[in-house]
Design a protein around this ligand. Structure first.
Ligand code: SAH
Length: 395
């Protein structure tokens, strides 16, 4: 097997179980690794540090197992089983809930792999060539471990850059076929379009935060900005909102939110879905002089996809939140999120703070939110903490 020797003193982070080897840490390579190959990593002195997937680029190796030079034959089975047992232990699989993240990359000691489960279907997404190569073994391990799952859909066209070794990567069913299952989250049902939708089809990571929106929605006029499938809208309606407006710039998202509201509340007359740009919509509401919302949710796509984009992203968060502070009704509650991994908690809070100060309003923090328990953070890999939210009371 190919062996990668690190430069002197570059083993420190691996000794602390951080699962990434950066290309700059590599001293020399014995063999000619191809993208996705399993490689052994050793210190300059020859100590075995671990085994992992090789990839060209800044993260050269993602470690799967430490201080060994081989993986056990039941490796995938064992890791998937550990992930599943944790979800069961956390009480995520109930009659009311069949939607959860089964594998969250580094958080489940499987760097480069995401698996979301929607009732009888698992959607598998590879973020590394190594996980692409292992996809069939992984799919087998999922089906043999999770009794409810009968179908495994592979969706990596968008996450794996075109790769010389594999050519074009196609989305397809690895096991089973399309099912008509409905995803259930905390007793609410959702149509999920994993074939055409964003990511794996649904944003599972907002489950607990949606519950909090439900708690604060009674008698409030709710604006769900960047609504996508309408998760927050449906919870707000169940929570007794006076009315809910869902806004997204994608017509497909608007069609989905309408479908999901209809599924849960067939007789609903207090929901409106608008296809519009967030900034335009908020400006228009403000120009109307109509401070018409007293609970606003801002859950935009990641403004910074990489470190180089952080400065612009922070400006974006500031502008967006400033718009919300300008128009939210007195006594209003703002739920504001960032899912950019490159923007940390402090930076995000500072951007929101600047927006609040510009508005001159009295603002207090009620809750500080993060990702739910099925998106665990590996304690040795703090980069895994990506979702940040603030719930603010605006006078
Ligand atoms: N809140 C959602 C997830 C949001 S994903 C949930 O709970 O599921 C981000 C959404 O923002 C996408 O649906 C995308 O279409 C939408 N979007 C991106 N840019 C936008 C813009 N400028 N204005 C309005 N919506 C936008």
């Amino acid at each position: 097997m190919t062996t990668i020797y690190l430069k002197r003193h570059k083993e420190e982070s691996l000794l602390r179980f951080h699962p990434w080897v950066f290309s700059g840490a590599i001293g020399h390579v014995q063999g000619k690794p191809e993208e996705g190959d399993l490689v052994v990593v050793r210190s300059a002195e020859g100590e075995t540090l671990g085994i992992g997937h090789y990839q060209e680029g800044s993260i050269a190796v993602r470690i799967l197992d430490f201080f060994t030079d081989s993986l056990p034959s039941d490796f995938w089975q064992e890791r998937i089983r550990a992930a599943y047992l944790m979800r069961v232990a956390l009480g995520l699989l109930t009659n009311d809930n069949n939607t959860y993240r089964l594998v969250h990359g580094e958080g489940d000691f499987l760097p480069g792999l995401i698996i979301d489960v929607y009732d009888d279907t698992a959607v598998l997404q590879a973020h590394s060539a190594g996980m692409h190569i292992a996809r069939k073994e992984i799919a087998d391990a999922v089906v043999s471990t999770v009794p409810q799952v009968k179908n495994v859909y592979y969706k990596s066209e968008g996450t794996l850059a075109m790769n010389r070794r594999f050519g074009d990567i196609e989305n397809c069913y690895l096991i089973g076929a399309e099912s008509t299952c409905l995803a259930k989250e905390n007793g609410l049902v959702f149509s999920i379009d994993w074939l055409r939708g964003q990511k794996t089809g649904f944003f599972v990571d907002q489950r607990e935060n949606r519950r909090l929106v439900e708690r604060y929605s009674k008698h409030r006029r709710v604006l769900n900005m960047f609504c996508y499938t309408g998760g927050f809208s449906v919870y707000a309606l169940r929570g007794g909102a006076e009315r809910v407006c869902s806004v997204d710039s994608s017509q497909k998202a608007i069609d989905l939110v309408k479908l999901n509201v209809e599924r849960n509340f067939p007789a609903c007359t207090n929901h409106q879905a608008v296809c519009a740009d967030a900034f335009d919509y908020l400006s228009k509401v403000q120009q109307d002089g109509n401070q018409s919302y007293d609970l606003v949710i801002l859950d935009p796509p990641a403004f910074a996809k990489h470190r180089g984009a952080v400065r612009n992203a922070l400006q974006g968060y500031k502008r967006l939140n400033a718009k919300a502070f300008e128009q939210i009704a007195p006594g209003g509650i703002l739920f504001t999120f960032s899912c950019s991994q490159a923007v940390d908690k402090e930076m995000f809070r500072l951007a929101v703070f600047s927006a609040a100060a510009m508005s001159g309003r009295r603002v207090r923090i009620l809750h500080q939110l993060t990702q739910p328990q099925d998106h665990p953070i590996n304690i040795y890999h703090p980069e895994g903490e990506y979702l940040k939210g603030l719930v603010l009371y605006v006078e």
